[in-house]
Design a protein around this ligand. Structure first.
Ligand code: AMP
Ligand code: MG
Length: 408
């Protein structure tokens, strides 16, 4: 049986980022860049004032103060008309070009207006370059300002606009079909009859796909019956990823593995050394237009489904989207309560993390949990505490590894 790490490596080895598309730059928020973006300008395009004040020659203020003749006023968007010479200054506003001759800006707070266009400046230690952003300091024409693989956050969207890019090449969101299975599973809008349960996993997995940056499509609930299962799985194999829940264990009506095999899905592995989620199945099937459909058969118990999605499906979706560090990213936290736990497999236990006081990292405590059917425990949790196999008597204050459930 594969370990969690081996299983994830097997999955990520099968994943290639989807082919790039050209998109409107604002609509591409959250997607990963598929090109190097270069600047078509120098920025700033001139030596730029960083404060409202007076543009001077720093050498003129060597004594710390002096009276200056104001020769003009330069607001942002205007071009200076005159050169600042010894004993002269120009009133200047933030963002405006520093005039020729001047090499520093004295803040307006250090000035005192006098009669006859004269200003008194009281500023110690004025050095050349003070409060001036030199031409091209932020970027030069031809610089790569955003590199392939960067995720587009608001600041990257701003940089695209700054260099005149209204469209951009990015990796699109993968399409993901979600299929619930089980004769006992009914639509959430229905009142369950004897022996029935509502389909909690379908909406939960659709939500996880959406949160992970995929485009979910819910295919419905397949009955534990070969014909129905086959027709819905066939539909799901048309997309980048198919996520099924239920029917992958060793029960009499666990028809998913056999049906997938019949439909040409090659099982890469079935079962992982972990709790919950051991029966996980991962397979691939070549697509008509190239690439492979990734198929995840998640165990039907809700916590197993959710945990398997976090450990395996989310990283796969991130890799398809072009993320070179698809995670999951764990962190170290300090237990705030004693915790005893015995397990024969690495266990992902619902837990609650909080930022510790005074920036001292994170604290964690396990939340009560009744096993893989107890989804309610996850509503109290915001992380999974990773417990290695063994008989553990953890003490408050001890360190532990946790996987945050923060949607990243
Ligand atoms: P299975 O993996 O099909 O053997 O299902 C394991 C357990 O998960 C059973 O108790 C199922 O009733 C439950 N289960 C399966 N599918 C769902 C679902 N879509 N929503 C909630 N529970 C489910
Ligand atoms: Mg079932």
């Amino acid at each position: 049986m594969l370990s969690v790490t081996e299983a994830r490596t097997a999955i990520l080895n099968m994943v290639r980022p989807l082919p790039a598309v050209t998109m409107d730059a604002i609509a591409a928020l959250g997607l990963f860049l598929a090109e190097d973006v270069t600047s078509d300008i120098d920025s700033p395009p001139y030596d730029k004032a960083l404060m409202d004040g007076y543009a001077v020659r720093a050498a003129d203020l060597a004594s710390g103060s002096g009276a200056f003749h104001v020769i003009e006023e330069i607001t942002a968007g205007r071009t200076p008309q005159q050169t600042v010479r010894e004993g002269q200054t120009a009133r200047i506003m933030t963002g405006a070009p520093v005039p020729a001759g001047a090499d520093a800006v004295v803040p307006v707070e250090l000035s005192q207006m006098m009669p006859d266009s004269t200003v008194r400046l009281n500023a110690e230690q004025v050095r050349p370059g003070m409060n001036v952003l030199p031409l091209g300091q932020e970027m030069r024409k031809g610089d790569v300002v955003l590199a392939t693989g960067a995720v587009l956050r608001p600041q990257e969207v701003g940089i695209l606009a700054t260099v005149g890019r209204t469209t951009v090449q990015v990796i699109p969101a993968p399409t993901v079909c979600v299929l619930s299975t089980g004769d006992e599973v009914v639509e959430p809008s229905r009142t369950p009859g004897p022996g029935q349960i509502r389909n909690g996993n379908g909406p939960m997995l659709v939500a996880q796909v959406q949160q992970a940056g995929g485009l979910p499509r819910f295919l419905g609930i397949a009955r534990d019956e070969p014909e129905h299962l086959r027709s819905l799985i066939t539909e799901g194999l048309e997309t980048d990823v198919l996520v099924l829940s239920g029917g992958v264990s060793a029960g009499k009506l666990d028809l998913v593995p056999g049906t997938l095999q019949e439909l040409g899905v090659k099982a890469q592995f079935h079962k992982v050394k972990m709790k919950p989620g051991k029966p996980l199945l991962f397979g691939t099937r070549p697509r008509a237009h190239g690439g492979e459909t990734l198929v995840f058969g998640l165990p039907g118990n809700p916590v197993s489904s959710l945990v398997c999605f976090e450990l395996f499906v989310r990283p796969a979706l991130r890799a398809l989207r072009g993320d070179r560090a698809p995670g999951p990213h764990t962190l170290q936290a300090q237990l705030t309560e004693d915790f005893s736990y015995r397990t024969d497999r690495p266990t992902y236990h619902p837990a609650r993390i909080e930022a510790a006081l005074e920036d001292r990292g994170w604290t964690v405590r396990a939340v009560p949990w009744f096993g893989s059917a107890d989804l309610r425990a996850l509503a109290r949790a915001n992380a999974l505490l990773i417990v290695p196999p063994g008989d553990h008597q953890y003490r408050s204050g001890q360190g532990a590894t946790v996987l945050p459930l923060d949607g990243r």
